[in-house]
Design a protein. Structure first.
Length: 362
C-alpha cells in the first residue's frame, strides 16, 4: 500500500481523488495540500473523506507525511518547482500538464527524478482513453502502413468567467494560452502517434477574443515529422457559444481513423484495408461518454504509475513525454513570434520569452 498525497485542490483535483478511490487497493490518501484550507476541506467533503491531514504548505506536508506518491495539481507555473520539492523528498510524482513552462525546468525535474530513482509521470490522461488505446494498438500493429499526416483540432470555448476563477490563467508567467493549457493533451497525442520526432514547425498564434488575458486564444501550426509524415494543429478557445469538439485524425496508406467527442473519447471513423475487425463493432466497444473534457483517463493513468513503481519501470507517460509536449508548444510559440519555421530540437525557451507579445500590439 502506497501513501498518497495531493498538492492543489482546484478544478482538476476531483479527478485525482476519484482515481485514488478507484485504486484503493494500492493507494492510501494521507494528506491534501492547498494554500486555501477551505478549498481542501470542500474537496474532502465532496467525496465524504475523513481522517486526512490538511496542509497549506507542501514542504511541511512532505516533511511530516513522507508520502510515497504525490500528485501536483497546482497552477501551471508552479508545477516544476513543487514537483522538484517532492522528488527531492523521495516521493514519486504525477504532475499535471504541462510538466513545466520552460525547457530548463523540465530538464532539471527529469534529471532530479533520475538521480533520486523515483518515477515521474506527466498527467496526459487522454492516452488512456479506450479510443486512444485502441488506435495506438492498430498503429503499433502496422495497420496504417506508411503514415501520411495527422490532424489535431481543439475547438473549445473559454469565457471571462473561466479566467476570473483564477487570476493566473492566461498569463505568460503562470499558464500560457490556449495551446499550453487547453490543447496540450491533443498536442501530446498528435506527436506521440506521428512518431514523436519533429523536424520543423511553422505556426501562427493570435489573441482574437480575450483582451483580458496575456497569451493566445488561437494557434495554427504545420508540423513536419522525421518519419516523413506531417501534422496539422488547430487549437482555440474562441468557439461560439460553447465547446464544439476535440478530434484527432490519422491518415495512412492503409488506414484512416478519427477520434472525437468531448476529449477524443469516441472512435468516429475506423477504416483499414485489412478489414480485420468490424468498424461499427469497434466504434461501439471503444467509445466513452465522460461528463466533462477531463474524461476517464486519470484512473488508468494512476494504475500505470502504481505498476511502474512496483515493477521499477518508467510510466507510460514519463517526464520525457511531458517534455516533448512542452517543447512542441514552445516551438509553435517561437515560430509564430518570429514569423519563420522553427527546427527542433529547440534550445531553452519558456513562456516568458513571449511575454508582452500581444499586449504590445494593442
Amino acid at each position: 500500500m502506497l501513501n498518497y498525497a495531493l498538492i492543489g485542490c482546484g478544478r482538476i483535483s476531483p479527478n485525482h481523488i476519484a482515481a485514488v478511490q478507484n485504486n484503493a487497493e494500492k493507494l492510501r490518501l494521507v494528506a491534501v495540500c492547498d494554500r486555501n484550507e477551505a478549498t481542501s476541506r470542500a474537496l474532502l467533503e465532496r467525496f465524504g473523506i475523513q481522517g486526512v491531514h490538511l496542509y497549506t504548505d507542501h514542504r511541511a506536508m512532505l516533511e511530516h507525511e513522507h508520502p510515497d506518491l504525490v500528485a501536483v495539481a497546482t497552477p501551471s507555473g508552479t508545477h516544476a518547482a513543487v514537483a522538484l520539492d517532492c522528488v527531492r523528498a523521495g516521493s514519486h510524482v504525477i504532475i499535471e500538464k504541462p510538466i513545466a513552462l520552460s525547457l530548463a525546468d523540465a530538464d532539471a525535474l527529469i534529471a532530479a527524478a533520475q538521480k533520486a530513482d523515483v518515477r515521474l509521470c506527466a498527467c496526459h490522461q487522454n492516452r488512456f482513453n479506450k479510443s486512444i488505446r485502441r488506435i495506438r494498438e492498430a498503429l503499433e500493429a502496422g495497420r496504417f502502413g506508411r503514415l501520411f499526416h495527422g490532424a489535431a483540432h481543439i475547438r473549445w470555448n473559454r469565457g471571462a468567467s473561466y479566467y476570473e476563477q483564477a487570476p493566473w490563467r492566461g498569463t505568460w508567467a503562470q499558464d500560457g494560452g490556449a495551446l499550453m493549457n487547453q490543447c496540450i493533451h491533443n498536442i501530446d497525442l498528435l506527436r506521440w502517434m506521428m512518431g514523436d520526432e519533429v523536424i520543423e514547425v511553422t505556426a501562427y498564434t493570435d489573441r482574437l477574443a480575450h483582451p483580458y488575458i496575456e497569451a493566445e486564444d488561437l494557434g495554427l501550426a504545420l508540423i513536419r515529422f522525421a518519419n516523413g509524415s506531417y501534422g496539422l494543429l488547430e487549437g482555440t478557445t474562441n468557439i461560439f457559444p460553447h465547446n464544439l469538439e476535440e478530434t484527432l485524425y490519422l491518415f495512412g496508406e492503409t488506414g484512416t481513423v478519427k477520434a472525437g467527442g468531448k476529449s477524443v473519447n469516441r472512435i468516429e471513423e475506423w477504416r483499414f484495408a485489412d478489414r480485420a475487425d468490424d468498424p461499427e463493432t469497434v466504434k461501439a466497444a471503444f467509445t466513452e461518454d465522460p461528463p466533462n473534457v477531463y474524461g476517464f483517463g486519470h484512473t488508468p493513468l494512476y494504475a500505470d504509475v502504481i505498476d511502474a513503481i512496483e515493477q521499477h519501470r518508467a510510466p507510460l507517460v514519463d517526464g520525457e513525454a511531458g517534455r516533448r509536449a512542452l517543447e512542441l508548444v514552445l516551438a509553435v510559440y517561437q515560430s509564430a513570434a518570429t514569423g519563420a519555421p522553427v527546427r527542433l530540437p529547440i534550445q531553452n525557451f519558456s513562456t516568458m520569452d513571449f511575454a508582452g507579445r500581444f499586449t504590445a500590439e494593442d
